[in-house]
Design a protein around this ligand. Structure first.
Ligand SMILES: Nc1nc2c(c(=O)[nH]1)N[C@H]1C(S)=C(S)[C@@H](COP(=O)(O)O)O[C@H]1N2
Ligand SMILES: [Mo]
Length: 484
């Protein structure tokens, strides 16, 4: 008998939990004030990094959807457990209103505590209290006879389902912030990327810190541009001139992309190569709004910088306003910069304000000074870390080949006579992203030359060219002498 009561109450409590979940969504939508948001963030954090990484990288949005459904179920069960406490207390004091009040207060308190939004947390607490009160009086919790119980359960389920539909429609209308919930946040993507890193002492990670990300500027003092004052205009040979404000830009559906940049002036084994997670919108969409009539573009910026290149390259480009989940730092182009996949760093115009469509190619700031930095990057393998443990030597670094991707890295420990494949980090999602490599070997007992070269995604081995970066970027193989 008692166990029958408990079973009926547990079922009713679960329904009340679902009502709380739905109510919270109705008032908060897909924002951090929705009770499911902190729970899904917790689930992502609690899962082993490699599981999250593999699910984000290989299952894509399916993996995150499954994770999000699991989080919603967990949230409903949690709120259900609070309602059950309400039922138990109500039964104990023999005063049914206590059950409803307790369920409401507990649901509100816990939701407020998790989301930090006490007012919107009422959206979870009130439906829980109402459901518990109703189920206690007319619903599944109050029907000892089997047939009657079944009928009341169906009515209870029906009411919660109906409430759920209304809540869904209400919540959907409230929208959500960048990426929404269920889409992994920038933080989750960065954590996932870090879980794929090779563990070698002194080897930089796969996601560069914004502070340490290399910086190349034509002026000594960077421009300060307020987001509210910023405009991007598409001008020149276009059907309609388009002007975009920061608010309009950030209201467009946002994407997160890992993009690696390298300066054409970077020396062969130099440090002007970094990777970050950028948030923004595809530039092709902005371009389409203007209907361009020329084949080339000139991008201009607040600091007087400009660069010209074929319009085709902009089709796959990105207009970024966040870097590693934070607003774009001033030194990296606040409030917005262009990111053009596979091309040298210089085309990724910071503080960008104008895209002019033109008929003929135009030389930009660096091209007028003799550089050829507007095309695709050279393939490179950097040797950035060396670790020695007795007889074992580990050499490691990063390899980058723009949109061609890196398929292999080869290492020679005899000055280039014989080659072995290095182990690579798993590829990060993205069209234009570097990889790490590591090679471990027994020290031959004497001084020797380690040489490293990358093979791009088209099977082309990094050529043995000119290590001088001027004018088209350094090429050749990085070598390092390892002492005996
Ligand atoms: N407006 C503007 N954009 C710019 C530059 C600049 O000096 N001014 N430098 C370019 C060069 S040469 C490179 S390599 C990259 C470097 O970007 P970062 O400083 O964010 O690493 O930005 C490019 N975009
Ligand atoms: Mo550059």
């Amino acid at each position: 008998m008692v166990s029958g009561v408990i079973r009926r109450e547990a079922l009713s409590a679960l329904l009340a939990g679902l009502a709380g979940l739905a109510g919270s969504y109705a008032v908060a939508g897909a924002t951090p004030a929705f009770v499911g948001a902190p729970v899904s963030a917790f689930v992502v954090r609690a899962m082993p990094g490699s599981v999250v990484a593999v699910s984000i990288v290989y299952l894509g949005s399916l993996g995150t959807k499954l994770g999000f459904l699991f989080s919603l179920a967990l949230t409903a069960v949690g709120l259900g457990a609070l309602s059950l406490l309400g039922f138990a207390a109500g039964r104990r004091v023999g005063y049914p209103h206590v059950a409803a009040i307790l369920a409401c207060v507990l649901g509100w308190l816990v939701t407020a505590g998790l989301t930090g939004a006490p007012l919107l947390a009422l959206g979870a607490g009130v439906p829980m209290g109402v459901a518990v009160a109703g189920f206690e009086r007319w619903g599944p919790a109050a029907a000892p006879a089997t047939d009657e119980a079944r009928r009341r359960l169906v009515v209870g389920l029906g009411s919660v389902a109906g409430f759920g539909v209304v809540a869904y429609l209400l919540g959907r209308g409230r929208g959500g912030d960048v990426g929404g919930i269920g889409e992994p946040s920038a933080r989750a993507r960065i954590d996932a990327a870090r879980a794929l890193e090779l563990d070698v002492e002194g080897l930089p990670g796969l996601v560069s810190d914004a502070e340490e990300f290399y910086e190349v500027d034509i002026s000594l003092v960077n421009p300060t541009v307020e987001a509210a004052d910023w405009r991007l205009t598409v001008t020149g040979a276009v059907d309609t001139e388009v002007t975009l404000t920061y608010d309009e830009l950030t209201a467009m559906p946002a994407e997160h992309r890992f993009v690696t940049l390298r300066c054409v002036g970077d020396s062969l084994n130099g440090p002007q190569l970094d990777n970050a997670l950028w948030t923004g919108v595809p530039l092709g969409d902005c371009l389409d709004m203007a209907t361009p009539r020329g084949e080339h573009v000139v991008l201009r910026a607040v600091d007087g910088y400009d660069v010209g290149f074929p319009l085709a390259a902009l089709r796959t480009a990105f207009l970024a306003y966040r870097m590693n989940g934070e607003p774009l730092p001033r030194k990296h182009g606040h409030p917005a910069r262009a990111l053009v996949p596979g091309h040298w760093g210089e085309v990724n115009v910071k503080w960008v304000t104008e895209i002019e469509v033109v008929d003929e190619p135009v030389d930009g700031y660096w091209e007028r000074r003799g550089w050829h930095g507007t095309g695709p990057v050279n393939t490179v393998a950097k040797l950035w870390a060396e670790e020695r443990d007795g007889d074992r030597v580990r050499v490691a670094g990063h390899a980058y080949a723009g949109t061609r991707g890196v398929s292999r890295v080869e290492v020679s420990i005899d000055g280039g006579d014989t080659w072995t494949d290095a182990r690579l980090s798993r590829p990060l999602p993205g069209e234009d992203v570097w990889r790490q490599w590591v090679h471990e070997y027994d020290h031959p007992g004497e001084r020797h030359e380690v040489v490293v070269r990358a093979v791009d995604g088209e099977g082309v081995v990094q050529p043995q060219g000119d290590p001088n970066p001027f004018p088209r970027g350094a090429s050749g193989w990085v070598t390092k002498t390892i002492e005996g």
